[in-house]
Design a protein around this ligand. Structure first.
Ligand SMILES: [Zn+2]
Ligand SMILES: [Zn+2]
Length: 322
């Protein structure tokens, strides 16, 4: 069970990391067994999350972790925001945290107090966007038993969570917390994450908050790497509006993921009520469109009406030989 595995990680880490890093069985236990156990907990979820566990790269990390990534916002611990279990090996504690990628913030603002103050401010933004979840967790700051720069970033970037003593985890509370935390994560992504509302409204061209959120989420879905590739593979690489086919018409020879076509999320999110779990169905909820048809369909009242789009097209391509 996941709580037992994390408990073992927290209580044995100090002992294990005194040994050689390369080929460590304990390292494999974390990366492999813990990640698999965590994935089992996600089987009931109607949307996708990626799971990764780490004890460091090429040397033991001071704080090992297990993280859950929503592919719509990140697929790595170095950027974006995500749910993570951080281990304090000194106090033998497991810390559940809604946290942020510190590396990207450090890179932009410096690996110092300035960078950490940015992380702390964004952590506040996160709590304010999902106040009803924030209330159900502990809001105090966390201690990870290390003053290194990466753990210091995690401390600053912590929005809220829960601390468990490794030898006294109550499984009921533990799994209830995890479920609640993943719901908080989803709500945060659905509401625009850490992006300020004026930036979102500018992008959506709307002043209505729900319309803005659904527009931003739709665009995020359309651009997500894993979504895009699977839609292109299932629906084909040809514009479903005007018929433009880059392989035929532009002699496009690159990989399918880079083909100059867009993926359009044709099921308006505002039809889903807030809190509804499934965001999209691949490939049914999508259309493959060239960038021009994509812009045009977004101007239509009904962004799913492909027949209307087709009927509005009156050009034909002509090869000019010169
Ligand atoms: Zn087109
Ligand atoms: Zn679109």
């Amino acid at each position: 069970m996941l709580h037992e595995y994390l408990s073992r990680l927290a209580s044995e880490y100090v002992f294990e990391r005194a040994k050689s890093f390369s080929g460590s069985d304990f390292g494999n236990f974390v990366r492999h067994d813990i990640a698999i156990e965590a994935k089992k907990r996600l089987l009931f979820l109607p949307y996708e999350l990626e799971v990764k566990a780490s004890v460091g790269q090429s040397r033991w990390a001071s704080v090992p972790w297990l993280a859950f990534f929503d592919p719509l916002v990140t697929d790595t611990a170095t950027r974006g925001y995500y749910v993570v279990y951080l281990i304090n090996a000194q106090t033998e504690e497991v810390v559940l945290s809604l946290n942020q990628g510190t590396t990207e913030v450090y890179r932009e603002f410096g690996e110092n107090d300035k960078g950490r103050s940015i992380l702390a401010r964004r952590a506040v933004d996160i709590t304010e966007r999902i106040p009803e979840f924030f209330e159900r967790f502990d809001s105090g700051s966390i201690n990870l038993g290390s003053t290194e720069k990466l753990p210091a970033g995690y401390v600053a970037g912590h929005a809220f969570g829960r601390v468990y003593q490794a030898d006294a985890i109550d499984p009921n509370q533990f799994y209830e917390d995890l479920e609640m935390m993943l719901a908080a994560y989803k709500a945060l992504v659905d509401r625009g994450g850490r992006t300020p509302v004026d930036t979102m409204m500018e992008e959506s061209g709307s002043t209505d908050i729900l319309e803005t959120r659904s527009y931003v989420l739709s665009r995020r879905i359309e651009r997500a790497k894993n979504v895009r590739l699977r839609v292109l593979e299932r629906r084909g690489i040809k514009c479903e509006g005007c018929g433009l086919a880059p392989v035929e018409h532009y002699r496009y020879e690159g990989p399918i993921k880079n083909v100059p076509l867009d993926v359009h999320h044709a099921k308006p999110i505002r039809e889903l009520s807030e809190g509804e779990t499934r965001r999209y169905k691949i490939p049914d909820d999508f259309l493959v469109l060239c960038p021009t048809c994509h812009r045009v369909i977004h101007k239509q009242e009904d962004v799913a009406d492909i027949e209307k789009l087709k009927n509005s097209i009156s050009f034909f391509h002509k090869k000019i030989v010169g």
